[in-house]
Design a protein around this ligand. Sequence first.
Ligand code: FES
Length: 108
Amino acid sequence: MSITIFITQPNGAEEELNANEEQTLLECVQGAGLDGFVGECGGNCACGTCHCYIDFAPQGTVLEATNEELQMLDFVASPREENSRLACQIRITSEMQGMRIKMPERQF
Ligand code: FES
């Protein structure tokens, strides 16, 4: 089942992506060829270059960040906000239909 996710780029442009369940958000965005996530550590929660802001997600669909992710969010390049997350740590589920993600200005 394909899940539609909306990505807003730093310049305001909005992209509509089709994600597959069990992909991570990072895999989804990189697979679509969008710039914005570097993912230097390959999705291992060790670089902070897949930082994003979750502007909307259906309630209860995004699991709480682990302590490891929260610690890594201290090192992201763009301002950390309450809705900051690491895209490599978010696994897509069918309930995330219509989720809205904003890319930060920079990842370094
Ligand atoms: S890809 Fe490195 S922390 Fe997500």
